[in-house]
Design a protein around this ligand. Structure first.
Ligand SMILES: Cc1cc2nc3c(=O)[nH]c(=O)nc-3n(C[C@H](O)[C@H](O)[C@H](O)COP(=O)(O)O)c2cc1C
Length: 180
């Protein structure tokens, strides 16, 4: 697991190769295995593989979503906020589990932030995606995960990247590295 975490990086350039059906099925299994508060499972997912739709989704943000136009697949992570007040946590956990499962299958991925972002003046990114994908109003859009076989190399994380100054023991201020 740690090896996978050191190696996981956001991948925004993808080879044109399609993702195999069994890998898409496994991504869906990973999404459905994600934990949720009280086991409510408010998460909903849309698997987008249609090129025209991916093109449209790439315009969901002024900056930060353009790479989706070159992705063979995108998973839109939604949640029914009427079911639970921790839907953002539930949706986020499912999203990162999808990304880690993708990495474990040799796929690259990158998160596109949707919640609290705007597509253009007067329209939120969420409203834009709801229109493009015909999503009912009550469903919140947390993020979109672009996926595909990597066409860019990113450096693996090293020990030097680990910001131990953010870790404390027992009380805030007691530095982890002084104790371990
Ligand atoms: C909550 C969250 C929102 C993000 N939003 C975007 C985004 O909108 N567009 C994008 O290209 N990358 C986005 N990213 C990817 C981050 O930029 C990336 O994870 C960060 O720079 C660290 O790089 P790494 O993933 O390669 O370790 C997001 C990541 C997270 C966790």
């Amino acid at each position: 697991m740690l090896d996978l975490l050191y190696d996981r990086r956001s991948i925004r350039k993808y080879s044109p190769a399609a993702i195999e059906k069994d890998k898409i099925q496994n991504l869906v299994k990973a999404a459905l295995l994600a934990p949720s508060g009280r086991g409510i499972q408010p998460q909903r997912f849309i698997i987008v593989e249609d090129h025209d739709l991916l093109q449209k989704l790439s315009l969901a943000r002024e900056h930060g979503s353009a790479f989706l136009s070159g992705a063979p697949l995108c998973i839109v992570v939604l949640a029914d906020s009427s079911l639970t007040d921790v839907w953002t946590e539930d949706a986020s956990i499912a999203a990162i589990i999808i990304q880690l499962a993708a990495k474990s299958m040799g796929l690259g991925s990158c998160w596109v932030q949707v919640r609290n972002r705007n597509q253009s003046e007067g329209k939120t990114t969420e409203e834009y995606i709801q229109e493009v994908l015909n999503i009912p109003q009550g469903l919140k859009v947390e993020c979109m995960i672009g996926l595909g076989y990597p066409a860019e190399q990113k450096l693996r994380r090293t020990e030097q990247d680990l910001q131990y100054q953010n870790i404390f023991v027992n009380q805030y201020g007691t530095e982890f590295l002084n104790k371990y």
